[in-house]
Design a protein around this ligand. Sequence first.
Ligand code: FAD
Length: 462
Amino acid sequence: MDSYADVSYWMETAGDLSPRPPLDGTTACDVGILGAGYTGLWTAYYLLKRQPELRVVIAEGEIAGFGASGRNGAWCAPDLNVSLERLARLHGKDAARRMQQATYDAVDEVERVTAAERIDAGFHKGGELIVARGPHHVPAIEGALREYERFGFGEHYRLLDAAGVAHKVRIAGAVAGLWSGTAAIVHPGRLVRGLAALVERMGARLVERTPVSDFRASVGGAPAALITARGEIRAPVIVLAGEAYLTRLAKLHRQLVPMYSLIVLTEPIDDARWAEIGWAGREVIASARLSIDYLSRTSDGRILFGGRGAPYRLGSPIKDAYDRHDPTHEMLRGFVRSWFPMLGDVRFTHAWGGPLGMPRDWHPTAAFDPRSGIATARGYVGHGVSTANLAGRTLADLITGERSALTELPLANHRSPDWEIEPFRWLGIRYTQGAMSRLDRRSEATGRPPTGRSLAERIASH
Ligand SMILES: Cc1cc2nc3c(=O)[nH]c(=O)nc-3n(C[C@H](O)[C@H](O)[C@H](O)COP(=O)(O)OP(=O)(O)OC[C@H]3O[C@@H](n4cnc5c(N)ncnc54)[C@H](O)[C@@H]3O)c2cc1C
């Protein structure tokens, strides 16, 4: 990667990316944070809102926004990777309901703070549309609606027929859709860079190009520490907010796997073709495919199309080279042409990707252990834009010892099991990735939905 602008279109258009100075020797503070993505920055924000005198130091290995926060699909949506049914099985129905309500509130909180703090994050609450591209997808969206209804959230969602979808956006093969007004689109790069500047104005010290190689718990009154080649950040509380990249730390290696998600972006599309497509509401869009796709319409009239498909690699490595995977990027370009045939020979100007953090049970965590002084929030899979805000607020309450509605949520102090050791991790994930693609292709060919009973679907059911 020659320049941080190459990270993504979002970073390219986020303003000045000059790195801040690195750490210049061992330092003591009240809270040391690893990672300047949404999690680390929201945590710093809410801590400093509550206690402006706190000395907060954030160590970022590259620059703020280098991780998933500066690369994502721009969905700020009240979605989780754990289903409501599963949350209810694990934590009870009331807790599942509170967790879902907290995700709606998180979207509104991102809107409130970005407006109040004048962060130019392009927040636009255009809603979310999950489309059935063929009859094989219809049971999935009908099932999702029934689940929301069982938990008392049905009023947020509306089932659309083919005409209802076309009224919003003309997508080839769309036969139905599930619409909700609860989601927003943001400019991810400006959000994360704006947050970094904001917490600095509030008094936090952000050191960049300062990779943390290890961390130490607080023992017998000695502070906890983030350890870097340029010195240590010693504090009674340290926050590990590195999401997928935490797998690089030996002590956390098996807590997450880095799962690559990839994105292509078109050139700005002209008004005549937008008139054909519609999509005036700028809803965030996905289909009910098992192997995951996601779309958004940028404020300058481009289509972003993202999806999984890049293969998981043995040993969970993370490398700049993996941000690009030609077969997957080419598949995504093909999807754009197939969803929007009216775009014909549209040009693609950008292709990028990055690792998202996937815990073994797909369950997000915001945890603090007062004895060790170690806090962490992670495991959002593909839904971190709003969830990191919720996690940051939850960590601020846990760290300052405030019992609140947030500290009673299922994500508070959740501990995910470790992933299997290799090569079993690789075998299981690669099998599931391949099986999901095959199931999608079979459904597309036959028009029949997946049964939900295949081994891969049961492994990945969450
Ligand atoms: C391609 C892609 C598309 C996505 N699309 C969406 C979407 O549309 N909607 C959604 O809700 N979510 C999406 N996600 C997920 C979402 O972006 C993340 O969940 C969220 O940004 C996580 O924020 P974070 O701060 O926890 O982690 P990151 O943003 O990954 O930040 C972690 C930071 O920590 C730094 N770091 C890590 N380790 C160290 C270390 N040892 N020392 C120092 N610094 C370190 C990294 O450099 C990085 O800047 C997507 C993710 C990807 C990769």
